[in-house]
Design a protein around this ligand. Structure first.
Ligand code: NIG
Ligand code: FE
Length: 432
Protein backbone atom coordinates (compact mmCIF):
# COMPACT_ATOMS: atom_id res chain seq x y z
CA UNK A 1 0.00 0.00 0.00
CA UNK A 2 1.31 3.40 -0.97
CA UNK A 3 1.44 5.99 1.78
CA UNK A 4 -0.88 8.96 1.31
CA UNK A 5 0.84 12.34 1.27
CA UNK A 6 -0.16 15.90 0.41
CA UNK A 7 2.35 16.74 -2.29
CA UNK A 8 4.98 15.13 -4.47
CA UNK A 9 7.40 17.29 -6.46
CA UNK A 10 8.75 15.21 -9.32
CA UNK A 11 11.11 15.63 -12.26
CA UNK A 12 13.60 17.82 -10.38
CA UNK A 13 16.58 18.28 -12.69
CA UNK A 14 18.89 19.49 -9.94
CA UNK A 15 18.08 19.33 -6.23
CA UNK A 16 20.17 21.55 -3.95
CA UNK A 17 19.46 20.51 -0.39
CA UNK A 18 21.79 22.85 1.58
CA UNK A 19 22.23 19.96 4.01
CA UNK A 20 24.10 20.89 7.13
CA UNK A 21 25.42 19.24 10.26
CA UNK A 22 23.11 21.11 12.69
CA UNK A 23 25.11 24.32 12.66
CA UNK A 24 25.92 27.03 10.10
CA UNK A 25 28.27 26.13 7.26
CA UNK A 26 31.65 27.77 7.64
CA UNK A 27 34.29 28.90 5.14
CA UNK A 28 35.17 26.20 2.62
CA UNK A 29 32.03 24.17 3.47
CA UNK A 30 29.97 26.96 1.95
CA UNK A 31 31.49 26.36 -1.49
CA UNK A 32 30.68 22.67 -1.54
CA UNK A 33 27.31 22.14 -3.13
CA UNK A 34 25.42 18.86 -3.18
CA UNK A 35 23.43 18.68 -6.42
CA UNK A 36 21.25 15.59 -7.03
CA UNK A 37 19.81 14.82 -10.48
CA UNK A 38 16.39 13.35 -11.32
CA UNK A 39 14.99 13.60 -7.83
CA UNK A 40 11.61 13.98 -6.17
CA UNK A 41 10.54 15.42 -2.80
CA UNK A 42 7.60 14.08 -0.78
CA UNK A 43 5.78 16.51 1.51
CA UNK A 44 3.10 15.90 4.15
CA UNK A 45 1.53 18.22 6.75
CA UNK A 46 3.87 21.01 5.67
CA UNK A 47 6.96 18.95 6.47
CA UNK A 48 9.50 17.25 4.20
CA UNK A 49 8.70 13.54 4.39
CA UNK A 50 11.26 12.10 2.02
CA UNK A 51 13.87 13.01 -0.61
CA UNK A 52 14.65 10.41 -3.27
CA UNK A 53 14.87 9.58 -6.96
CA UNK A 54 12.16 10.50 -9.46
CA UNK A 55 11.75 6.76 -10.18
CA UNK A 56 11.45 5.51 -6.64
CA UNK A 57 9.26 8.02 -4.77
CA UNK A 58 6.18 7.71 -7.06
CA UNK A 59 6.18 3.96 -6.27
CA UNK A 60 6.12 4.63 -2.54
CA UNK A 61 3.70 7.54 -2.18
CA UNK A 62 0.14 8.32 -3.17
CA UNK A 63 0.10 12.12 -3.37
CA UNK A 64 -2.95 14.36 -3.22
CA UNK A 65 -1.14 16.75 -5.59
CA UNK A 66 1.82 16.36 -7.95
CA UNK A 67 3.96 19.27 -9.10
CA UNK A 68 6.25 18.62 -12.05
CA UNK A 69 9.44 20.65 -11.70
CA UNK A 70 10.01 20.35 -15.44
CA UNK A 71 13.64 19.34 -15.06
CA UNK A 72 14.44 22.61 -13.32
CA UNK A 73 16.48 23.21 -10.18
CA UNK A 74 14.84 23.09 -6.75
CA UNK A 75 16.38 24.89 -3.78
CA UNK A 76 15.28 25.78 -0.22
CA UNK A 77 13.17 28.94 0.17
CA UNK A 78 15.32 31.99 0.82
CA UNK A 79 15.64 33.32 4.35
CA UNK A 80 16.11 37.10 4.49
CA UNK A 81 17.66 37.65 7.94
CA UNK A 82 17.90 41.47 8.03
CA UNK A 83 15.09 43.76 6.86
CA UNK A 84 13.29 46.96 7.80
CA UNK A 85 10.16 45.98 5.83
CA UNK A 86 7.73 48.16 7.84
CA UNK A 87 8.02 51.89 7.17
CA UNK A 88 5.94 54.92 6.25
CA UNK A 89 6.67 57.14 3.24
CA UNK A 90 9.72 56.85 1.03
CA UNK A 91 13.05 58.63 0.54
CA UNK A 92 13.20 59.09 -3.25
CA UNK A 93 14.38 62.68 -2.70
CA UNK A 94 17.40 61.38 -0.75
CA UNK A 95 18.16 59.04 -3.64
CA UNK A 96 18.38 62.11 -5.88
CA UNK A 97 20.48 63.99 -3.28
CA UNK A 98 22.97 61.12 -3.20
CA UNK A 99 23.16 61.00 -6.99
CA UNK A 100 23.97 64.71 -6.84
CA UNK A 101 26.83 64.11 -4.39
CA UNK A 102 25.49 64.07 -0.80
CA UNK A 103 26.50 61.05 1.28
CA UNK A 104 24.19 58.83 3.37
CA UNK A 105 25.84 60.10 6.57
CA UNK A 106 25.63 63.78 5.53
CA UNK A 107 21.90 63.36 4.90
CA UNK A 108 21.49 61.62 8.26
CA UNK A 109 23.52 64.29 10.11
CA UNK A 110 21.27 66.99 8.57
CA UNK A 111 18.16 65.39 10.11
CA UNK A 112 17.12 63.24 7.13
CA UNK A 113 17.64 59.53 6.78
CA UNK A 114 16.18 57.31 9.49
CA UNK A 115 14.52 60.29 11.23
CA UNK A 116 12.71 61.21 8.02
CA UNK A 117 11.21 57.71 7.86
CA UNK A 118 10.47 57.87 11.61
CA UNK A 119 8.23 60.92 11.01
CA UNK A 120 6.24 59.14 8.29
CA UNK A 121 6.03 55.97 10.38
CA UNK A 122 4.76 57.82 13.45
CA UNK A 123 2.11 59.51 11.28
CA UNK A 124 0.97 56.24 9.65
CA UNK A 125 -1.83 54.17 11.15
CA UNK A 126 -1.34 50.54 12.05
CA UNK A 127 -3.57 49.61 9.11
CA UNK A 128 -1.52 51.68 6.66
CA UNK A 129 1.75 50.19 7.87
CA UNK A 130 0.28 46.69 7.65
CA UNK A 131 -1.03 47.22 4.10
CA UNK A 132 2.22 48.62 2.71
CA UNK A 133 4.40 46.02 4.44
CA UNK A 134 2.12 43.20 3.29
CA UNK A 135 2.47 44.37 -0.32
CA UNK A 136 6.25 44.31 0.12
CA UNK A 137 6.13 40.80 1.57
CA UNK A 138 4.09 39.69 -1.46
CA UNK A 139 6.96 40.85 -3.69
CA UNK A 140 9.55 39.19 -1.45
CA UNK A 141 7.66 35.89 -1.48
CA UNK A 142 7.41 36.03 -5.29
CA UNK A 143 11.21 36.50 -5.34
CA UNK A 144 11.59 33.39 -3.18
CA UNK A 145 11.87 34.67 0.41
CA UNK A 146 9.83 32.33 2.60
CA UNK A 147 11.18 33.53 5.99
CA UNK A 148 11.85 37.20 6.70
CA UNK A 149 13.25 38.96 9.77
CA UNK A 150 11.65 42.39 10.34
CA UNK A 151 13.02 45.11 12.62
CA UNK A 152 11.29 47.96 14.39
CA UNK A 153 13.34 51.17 14.61
CA UNK A 154 11.24 53.78 12.81
CA UNK A 155 9.19 54.59 15.91
CA UNK A 156 11.91 55.71 18.31
CA UNK A 157 9.26 56.22 20.97
CA UNK A 158 7.61 53.48 23.01
CA UNK A 159 4.16 53.74 21.43
CA UNK A 160 5.35 53.66 17.83
CA UNK A 161 7.87 50.89 18.48
CA UNK A 162 5.00 48.83 19.95
CA UNK A 163 2.82 49.76 16.96
CA UNK A 164 5.50 48.33 14.65
CA UNK A 165 5.70 45.14 16.73
CA UNK A 166 1.93 44.69 16.50
CA UNK A 167 2.19 45.05 12.72
CA UNK A 168 4.99 42.44 12.70
CA UNK A 169 2.70 39.98 14.50
CA UNK A 170 -0.27 40.74 12.21
CA UNK A 171 1.92 40.15 9.17
CA UNK A 172 3.10 36.81 10.50
CA UNK A 173 -0.52 35.75 11.07
CA UNK A 174 -1.81 37.05 7.73
CA UNK A 175 1.00 36.29 5.30
CA UNK A 176 2.46 32.98 4.09
CA UNK A 177 5.99 34.21 4.90
CA UNK A 178 7.28 33.36 8.36
CA UNK A 179 8.35 36.49 10.21
CA UNK A 180 10.96 36.84 12.94
CA UNK A 181 10.76 39.99 15.11
CA UNK A 182 13.67 42.25 16.08
CA UNK A 183 13.42 45.23 18.42
CA UNK A 184 15.62 48.06 17.06
CA UNK A 185 14.53 50.90 19.35
CA UNK A 186 18.17 52.07 19.22
CA UNK A 187 18.28 52.79 15.48
CA UNK A 188 19.17 56.48 15.89
CA UNK A 189 18.27 59.35 18.23
CA UNK A 190 14.82 60.84 17.71
CA UNK A 191 14.73 64.68 17.48
CA UNK A 192 13.41 65.02 21.04
CA UNK A 193 16.63 63.37 22.33
CA UNK A 194 18.96 64.92 19.74
CA UNK A 195 21.40 66.25 22.36
CA UNK A 196 20.69 63.66 25.04
CA UNK A 197 21.88 60.29 23.80
CA UNK A 198 22.25 58.81 27.26
CA UNK A 199 18.72 59.98 28.10
CA UNK A 200 17.41 58.07 25.10
CA UNK A 201 19.39 54.98 26.11
CA UNK A 202 17.73 55.27 29.56
CA UNK A 203 14.35 55.30 27.83
CA UNK A 204 15.22 52.22 25.73
CA UNK A 205 16.53 50.31 28.73
CA UNK A 206 14.02 51.35 31.40
CA UNK A 207 10.80 51.72 29.43
CA UNK A 208 10.98 50.19 25.95
CA UNK A 209 12.67 46.86 26.71
CA UNK A 210 10.21 45.93 29.52
CA UNK A 211 7.24 47.00 27.34
CA UNK A 212 8.57 45.03 24.37
CA UNK A 213 9.04 41.91 26.53
CA UNK A 214 5.45 42.23 27.76
CA UNK A 215 4.30 42.41 24.13
CA UNK A 216 6.46 39.42 23.17
CA UNK A 217 5.31 37.22 26.02
CA UNK A 218 1.67 37.76 25.06
CA UNK A 219 2.39 37.31 21.32
CA UNK A 220 2.16 34.10 19.34
CA UNK A 221 5.92 34.36 18.67
CA UNK A 222 6.58 33.35 22.29
CA UNK A 223 4.04 30.52 22.00
CA UNK A 224 5.72 29.25 18.79
CA UNK A 225 9.17 29.62 20.36
CA UNK A 226 10.20 32.08 17.64
CA UNK A 227 13.01 34.13 19.22
CA UNK A 228 12.90 37.89 19.75
CA UNK A 229 16.07 39.74 18.79
CA UNK A 230 17.46 43.07 19.95
CA UNK A 231 19.57 45.15 17.58
CA UNK A 232 21.47 48.47 17.82
CA UNK A 233 22.98 50.69 15.10
CA UNK A 234 26.50 51.25 16.46
CA UNK A 235 27.73 54.23 14.41
CA UNK A 236 28.26 58.01 14.34
CA UNK A 237 24.93 59.83 14.73
CA UNK A 238 23.54 56.67 16.31
CA UNK A 239 24.99 54.83 19.35
CA UNK A 240 28.58 54.55 20.61
CA UNK A 241 30.07 51.33 21.95
CA UNK A 242 29.23 51.84 25.68
CA UNK A 243 25.64 52.82 24.82
CA UNK A 244 25.30 49.86 22.46
CA UNK A 245 26.68 47.50 25.10
CA UNK A 246 24.29 48.82 27.73
CA UNK A 247 21.29 48.28 25.47
CA UNK A 248 22.32 44.82 24.25
CA UNK A 249 23.03 43.68 27.83
CA UNK A 250 19.63 44.95 28.99
CA UNK A 251 17.97 43.10 26.10
CA UNK A 252 19.89 39.92 26.91
CA UNK A 253 18.92 40.13 30.57
CA UNK A 254 15.28 40.45 29.54
CA UNK A 255 15.47 37.38 27.27
CA UNK A 256 16.19 38.87 23.84
CA UNK A 257 18.99 37.63 21.55
CA UNK A 258 21.57 40.20 20.43
CA UNK A 259 22.37 41.43 16.92
CA UNK A 260 24.25 44.52 15.81
CA UNK A 261 24.56 46.94 12.86
CA UNK A 262 28.30 47.50 13.03
CA UNK A 263 31.34 48.69 11.05
CA UNK A 264 29.20 50.15 8.26
CA UNK A 265 31.20 53.39 7.97
CA UNK A 266 33.45 53.45 11.07
CA UNK A 267 35.17 50.75 13.09
CA UNK A 268 34.86 51.67 16.78
CA UNK A 269 35.19 48.29 18.51
CA UNK A 270 31.47 47.53 18.63
CA UNK A 271 32.11 44.29 16.77
CA UNK A 272 34.39 42.79 19.43
CA UNK A 273 31.95 43.86 22.16
CA UNK A 274 29.02 42.23 20.35
CA UNK A 275 30.99 39.02 19.75
CA UNK A 276 31.81 38.85 23.46
CA UNK A 277 28.11 39.16 24.26
CA UNK A 278 27.43 36.21 21.93
CA UNK A 279 25.67 38.14 19.15
CA UNK A 280 23.76 35.70 16.96
CA UNK A 281 24.72 37.79 13.94
CA UNK A 282 26.93 40.80 13.22
CA UNK A 283 25.69 42.80 10.23
CA UNK A 284 27.15 45.26 7.63
CA UNK A 285 30.94 44.86 8.31
CA UNK A 286 31.95 47.02 5.33
CA UNK A 287 34.98 48.55 7.08
CA UNK A 288 35.88 45.62 9.39
CA UNK A 289 39.67 45.17 9.71
CA UNK A 290 41.59 41.91 9.33
CA UNK A 291 41.61 41.52 13.13
CA UNK A 292 37.86 42.00 13.23
CA UNK A 293 37.36 39.40 10.50
CA UNK A 294 39.54 36.99 12.47
CA UNK A 295 37.51 37.69 15.61
CA UNK A 296 34.29 36.73 13.80
CA UNK A 297 35.94 33.55 12.49
CA UNK A 298 36.89 32.67 16.07
CA UNK A 299 33.32 33.17 17.30
CA UNK A 300 29.98 31.42 16.83
CA UNK A 301 28.37 34.52 15.29
CA UNK A 302 27.15 34.59 11.71
CA UNK A 303 28.61 37.45 9.61
CA UNK A 304 25.95 39.20 7.52
CA UNK A 305 27.38 41.48 4.82
CA UNK A 306 24.69 43.60 3.16
CA UNK A 307 25.94 44.17 -0.41
CA UNK A 308 22.68 45.73 -1.66
CA UNK A 309 23.41 48.67 0.67
CA UNK A 310 26.88 49.31 -0.74
CA UNK A 311 25.51 48.91 -4.28
CA UNK A 312 22.59 51.25 -3.63
CA UNK A 313 24.77 53.91 -2.00
CA UNK A 314 27.02 53.79 -5.06
CA UNK A 315 30.16 53.39 -2.95
CA UNK A 316 32.90 50.86 -3.40
CA UNK A 317 33.81 49.56 0.03
CA UNK A 318 32.01 46.23 0.19
CA UNK A 319 32.38 43.99 3.23
CA UNK A 320 35.29 41.63 2.60
CA UNK A 321 33.17 38.48 2.39
CA UNK A 322 35.94 36.70 0.49
CA UNK A 323 38.37 37.11 3.40
CA UNK A 324 35.61 36.02 5.81
CA UNK A 325 35.01 32.84 3.82
CA UNK A 326 38.70 32.12 3.36
CA UNK A 327 39.16 32.56 7.12
CA UNK A 328 36.48 30.00 7.97
CA UNK A 329 33.60 32.30 8.96
CA UNK A 330 29.90 31.44 8.67
CA UNK A 331 28.51 34.04 6.25
CA UNK A 332 24.87 34.88 5.51
CA UNK A 333 23.36 37.40 3.10
CA UNK A 334 20.35 39.68 3.55
CA UNK A 335 18.67 42.43 1.53
CA UNK A 336 18.50 44.96 4.42
CA UNK A 337 15.30 46.15 2.71
CA UNK A 338 14.67 49.74 3.90
CA UNK A 339 13.63 53.02 2.26
CA UNK A 340 17.07 54.65 2.60
CA UNK A 341 20.15 52.50 2.24
CA UNK A 342 18.62 49.46 0.46
CA UNK A 343 15.27 49.76 -1.31
CA UNK A 344 15.64 46.15 -2.47
CA UNK A 345 13.26 43.23 -1.96
CA UNK A 346 15.30 40.66 -3.85
CA UNK A 347 17.54 37.96 -2.41
CA UNK A 348 18.53 36.86 -5.96
CA UNK A 349 19.66 40.43 -6.76
CA UNK A 350 21.56 40.57 -3.46
CA UNK A 351 23.28 37.28 -4.35
CA UNK A 352 24.12 38.59 -7.83
CA UNK A 353 25.80 41.67 -6.29
CA UNK A 354 27.66 39.53 -3.71
CA UNK A 355 29.09 37.35 -6.49
CA UNK A 356 30.30 40.28 -8.55
CA UNK A 357 31.61 42.68 -5.88
CA UNK A 358 32.42 40.38 -2.97
CA UNK A 359 33.73 37.49 -5.06
CA UNK A 360 31.36 34.96 -3.54
CA UNK A 361 30.76 31.91 -5.71
CA UNK A 362 27.11 31.04 -6.49
CA UNK A 363 27.31 28.03 -4.14
CA UNK A 364 28.52 30.27 -1.31
CA UNK A 365 25.87 32.89 -2.03
CA UNK A 366 23.16 30.22 -2.06
CA UNK A 367 24.21 28.71 1.28
CA UNK A 368 24.49 32.27 2.65
CA UNK A 369 20.88 32.97 1.61
CA UNK A 370 19.32 29.76 2.92
CA UNK A 371 20.77 27.64 5.70
CA UNK A 372 23.22 30.20 7.10
CA UNK A 373 20.60 32.96 6.90
CA UNK A 374 18.31 30.69 8.91
CA UNK A 375 20.98 30.33 11.59
CA UNK A 376 21.45 34.12 11.60
CA UNK A 377 17.90 34.38 12.99
CA UNK A 378 17.95 31.32 15.22
CA UNK A 379 15.86 29.12 12.90
CA UNK A 380 18.51 26.83 11.42
CA UNK A 381 16.84 23.78 12.97
CA UNK A 382 13.56 24.55 11.20
CA UNK A 383 14.13 26.15 7.78
CA UNK A 384 16.89 26.83 5.23
CA UNK A 385 17.50 23.31 3.91
CA UNK A 386 15.64 20.49 2.18
CA UNK A 387 16.00 17.77 4.78
CA UNK A 388 13.55 15.21 6.15
CA UNK A 389 11.64 16.67 9.10
CA UNK A 390 12.18 20.29 8.13
CA UNK A 391 9.51 22.78 7.12
CA UNK A 392 8.60 22.31 3.44
CA UNK A 393 9.65 25.72 2.07
CA UNK A 394 11.06 25.19 -1.44
CA UNK A 395 11.55 27.05 -4.69
CA UNK A 396 11.25 25.57 -8.16
CA UNK A 397 13.46 27.75 -10.33
CA UNK A 398 12.83 28.64 -13.97
CA UNK A 399 16.30 27.33 -14.80
CA UNK A 400 17.97 23.89 -14.60
CA UNK A 401 21.12 25.15 -12.86
CA UNK A 402 21.27 26.93 -9.46
CA UNK A 403 24.18 29.06 -10.67
CA UNK A 404 21.78 30.87 -12.98
CA UNK A 405 20.32 32.50 -9.85
CA UNK A 406 23.40 34.70 -9.68
CA UNK A 407 24.59 34.58 -13.28
CA UNK A 408 21.48 36.14 -14.76
CA UNK A 409 20.33 39.14 -12.78
CA UNK A 410 17.48 41.62 -12.62
CA UNK A 411 14.73 39.15 -13.54
CA UNK A 412 12.85 36.85 -11.19
CA UNK A 413 14.40 33.35 -11.36
CA UNK A 414 11.70 31.77 -9.18
CA UNK A 415 9.02 29.74 -10.97
CA UNK A 416 7.00 28.17 -8.14
CA UNK A 417 7.08 28.87 -4.40
CA UNK A 418 6.09 26.06 -2.04
CA UNK A 419 5.54 27.37 1.50
CA UNK A 420 4.67 25.00 4.37
CA UNK A 421 3.98 22.35 1.74
CA UNK A 422 1.51 24.53 -0.18
CA UNK A 423 1.99 25.92 -3.64
CA UNK A 424 1.52 29.60 -2.80
CA UNK A 425 2.80 31.26 -5.94
CA UNK A 426 3.39 30.13 -9.46
CA UNK A 427 4.66 32.09 -12.40
CA UNK A 428 5.32 28.85 -14.26
CA UNK A 429 2.82 26.17 -13.36
CA UNK A 430 3.69 22.76 -14.74
CA UNK A 431 1.36 20.38 -13.00
CA UNK A 432 0.46 16.89 -14.11
O1 NIG B 1 20.78 48.75 7.89
N1 NIG B 1 22.35 51.45 8.93
C1 NIG B 1 21.35 51.58 9.63
N2 NIG B 1 20.14 51.16 9.38
C2 NIG B 1 19.67 50.75 8.11
C3 NIG B 1 19.26 51.90 7.27
C4 NIG B 1 17.96 52.42 7.66
C5 NIG B 1 17.54 53.62 6.88
O2 NIG B 1 18.36 54.28 6.21
O3 NIG B 1 16.36 53.92 6.97
C6 NIG B 1 20.68 49.86 7.45
O4 NIG B 1 21.36 50.27 6.49
FE1 FE C 1 19.66 47.42 8.65
Amino acid sequence: MKKKIDLLITNIGQLITCNNPGEPLRGAEMGQIEAFENTAVAIHDGIIESVGTSHWLPDVYDPEQVVDAGGNAVIPGFVDPHTHTIFGGDRAHEFEMRISGATYMEIMAAGGGIVSTMKHTRESSEGELFASAKARLDEMLALGSTTVEIKTGYGLDTDTELKMLRVIEQLDLAHPCDIVPTFLGAHTLPPEFKDNGDGYVDLVVNEMIPAVMDWYQASHFAKNKTPLFIDVFCEDHAFDVPQTERILKAGLAAGMLPKIHVDQFNEFGGLEMALELGAVSVDHLDVTSEQGIQAIADSKSVAVPLPAVTFNLGIDQYANARAMLDGGTAVALATDLNPGSAPCYSMPMTMAIACRFQKMLPAEALHASTINAAYAIGLGHKVGSIQVGKQADLLILKQPDYRHLCYFFGQNPVGIVIKDGQEVLSTKAQRV
